[in-house]
Design a protein around this ligand. Structure first.
Ligand SMILES: [Zn+2]
Length: 177
């Protein structure tokens, strides 16, 4: 069992607080997953959502993602154990953790941000819907009269040193913020 943090690095221009829009807990995260036994990586991106779950075989516990490796047939599981954390303009150009995932027998190795994000104008506090499907986003903040953008997005996964708060529980998290 390991806690893996998804870290993001980006350049935010005149905006801050990059985070999934609307229902932050129910956001669909898209990862490529590596098998912990044979190291094979899924060809396609796999969706993991904190409010959806599956039973783990031979166990009474559940996880947000239960996956059998196509090659070695080992089953692994993963659960999101934190709410998403805003990436702010103070982090510009530096990696910062935005999500913690508890992993057993598999690990996420690639992240695609896709759609469904938002930022707020640094000056105007105006809210913008952000689509990162193209890897970057540009708009104009009319209230503040400035150009806005999110560019240079990179992701990495690191083993978290901190224990996640609800990592001891196999139950699907019910915490609401
Ligand atoms: Zn495998």
């Amino acid at each position: 069992m390991a806690i893996i943090d998804l870290q993001l690095k980006a350049e935010l221009l005149n905006v801050t607080g990059l985070i999934p829009n609307e229902d932050k807990e129910a956001y669909n995260w898209h990862f490529k997953i590596q098998c912990g036994s044979c190291q094979e990586i899924t060809k396609n991106f796999v969706t993991i959502n904190r409010v959806q779950g599956t039973q783990i075989s031979g166990s009474r516990g559940g996880a947000n993602l239960v996956m059998k490796c196509k090659y070695c047939k080992r089953e692994g599981s993963a659960s999101i154990v934190s709410m998403p954390i805003e990436y702010t303009d103070k982090n510009n150009g530096k990696f910062a953790s935005i999500l913690s995932i508890e992993c057993r027998g598999l690990e996420p190795v690639e992240f695609e941000p896709r759609d469904g994000w938002r930022v707020v104008g640094t000056e105007s506090q105006a809210k913008f819907d952000v689509d990162l499907t193209e890897g970057e986003w540009y708009d104009y903040d009319e209230d503040a009269g400035v150009e806005t953008s999110v560019t240079e997005i990179k992701a990495q996964f690191v083993r978290a040193k901190h224990p996640a708060k609800d990592a001891s529980s196999n139950k699907l998290p019910t915490e609401n913020k």
